[in-house]
Design a protein around this ligand. Structure first.
Ligand code: F0G
Length: 460
């Protein structure tokens, strides 16, 4: 039998952007100036940027051409209708509200659906999503399977929901106090883990029984669909596009950060099937984002998104995108680096607890590790551990997640295999010198989403 060929980029490069090399001495100064927070570095101080996959994709020539078709009318821009048609065609939701990015959609939907005292179950928290739920008076409740909190579990669908956890919440709080169940494809904070269609169908059945809505955080839905195609029984012959549609059809509404899967540098939307929710959202968007036919976006942004959505569900694209992430993950695994298994779809996550067992969680091991990798090579990564997890909204105590991770996030269509090799070399070197890494203390803590702007100093 013919062996499956390696993944390779289904495109060639026609424009390049220079990268900047710095010395270790310079980087140590930059780190100090940035309070040991990689979010506070300037991009020119970075060599390979694995901070995030958000808004960092390389657009295709088709998307750049689409930018030139921008219809910058205040109302009724042609580009809005193209974007709306693409969302309806590929995702199947009825009504579309454009927003400047994902959290704009989260804000509007949370304010409409959540009342004070409500509980919002979800397959693990995401930082902005949970904050908007809390600001609307709700409390997030984690219903992801236990294995998702275990970096060593090698289950294929670690984004799945535990139906017993959901059922217990419904019994305890009553369906009337659960405005919706929040389902993310894939689960970012668990390490980019997908959920299976079989599991989503079970969640749907339980929600139907109790009349509860499902809201889909579809930020990385194509990546999730690709993993279903690869790993879930019965889906090997379906296209990514078909699977994406099947996922969306099992949910009632969606918030989207188009800056990830959909291959644009800015944008998002809220999509809903319910007429009443749509009417409320259309009313709110004009207060916080912009008119309901642009929602904070330029016409050209919406046109680029219409093209990006179609490209994002292309099987060759998604195979290469996830293939590159898996390439980096396998390389690190082979070198014996402790990473989250199963390898996710948008990045590789280092297990900082195992990497730096001599640093207690109070001294921010993942934050320290991200700083150490930057100091070594100029590769910028980010913390996804106790700093990101923030504080309990009622008690003010620090949340202590089991997962203390450093995310090596791979931008779409941006870096090459050789860049991934350099990243792996740097991580391996830092691992060999790990005993030299010291913990940090937090010296500035902002009130909301502290990981973005917090500052640290080394513990001497
Ligand atoms: N939901 C998920 C799962 C996300 O990963 C993000 C953003 C959002 C919602 C919010 O969207 O940034 O457009 O407002 N994640 C970025 C990241 C910031 O780096 O993972 P946004």
């Amino acid at each position: 039998m013919k062996k499956e060929r390696s993944w390779a980029e289904p495109y060639k490069i026609k424009m390049v952007e220079p990268l900047f090399m710095t010395t270790r001495e310079e980087r140590e100064q930059f780190l100090k100036d940035a309070g040991y927070n990689t979010f506070l570095l300037r991009s020119k101080q970075v060599y390979i940027d694995l901070l995030t996959d958000s808004g960092t994709s390389a657009m295709s020539d088709r998307q750049w051409a689409a930018l030139m078709m921008g219809d910058e009318s205040y109302a009724g821009s042609e580009n809005f209708y193209h974007m709306e048609a693409a969302i309806q065609k590929y995702y199947g939701y009825k009504h579309v509200i454009p927003t400047h990015q994902g959290r704009g959609a989260e804000h509007i939907l949370s304010q409409i659906l959540i009342k004070k005292g409500d509980v919002v179950p979800g397959n693990m928290y995401f930082t902005t999503t949970r904050l908007h739920q809390e600001l609307a008076g709700g409390t997030f409740a984690d219903i992801i399977i236990d294995e998702a909190h275990d970096p060593d579990s090698e289950l294929p669908f670690k984004g799945n929901c535990d139906l017993n956890k959901l059922e217990r919440l419904i019994t305890k709080h009553g369906a009337e106090n659960i405005p919706y169940v929040s389902i993310a494809t894939t689960v970012n904070m668990a390490g980019g883990q997908p959920l299976s269609l079989a599991n989503l169908r079970e969640v749907r059945a339980l929600c139907d029984k109790h009349g509860i809505m499902i809201v889909h955080d579809m930020t990385r839905v194509a990546e999730n669909a690709y993993m279903i195609q690869r790993l879930e029984e019965g889906y090997g012959h379906k296209s990514t596009a078909e699977i994406v549609r099947e996922i969306c059809d099992l949910t009632d509404a969606a918030t989207m950060s188009s800056k990830k899967d959909a291959l644009v540098n800015i944008g998002g939307f809220l999509a809903v099937n319910d007429e009443k929710v749509f009417e409320k959202a259309r009313n709110m968007v004009v207060v916080y984002e912009g008119l309901h036919t642009y929602g904070g976006l330029a016409g050209r942004d919406m046109e680029a998104l219409a093209v990006g959505i179609a490209e994002s569900v292309d099987d060759d694209h998604i195979r290469a995108r996830v293939g590159q992430v898996q390439y980096l993950g396998k390389k690190l695994l082979e070198a014996g680096i402790p990473i989250v298994k199963t390898i996710g779809t948008h990045g590789v996550f280092l297990d900082a607890k195992k990497f730096l067992p001599h640093i207690s969680q109070d001294q921010f091991p993942a934050q320290s590790l991200a700083a150490a990798i930057y100091a070594d090579s100029g590769v910028r990564t980010m913390e996804r551990g106790i700093v990101s997890a923030g504080r309990n909204k009622d008690t003010g105590e620090e949340n202590r997640p089991d997962l203390e991770l450093v995310r090596l996030t791979v931008s779409r269509r941006v870096y090459t295999q050789a860049h991934m090799d350099v990243v792996a070399e740097s991580v391996e070197y830092v691992y060999s010198e790990r005993h030299l890494i010291k913990g940090l203390k937090m010296v500035y803590e902002p009130e909301y989403l502290r990981f973005f702007q917090a500052r640290f100093e080394p513990i001497t």
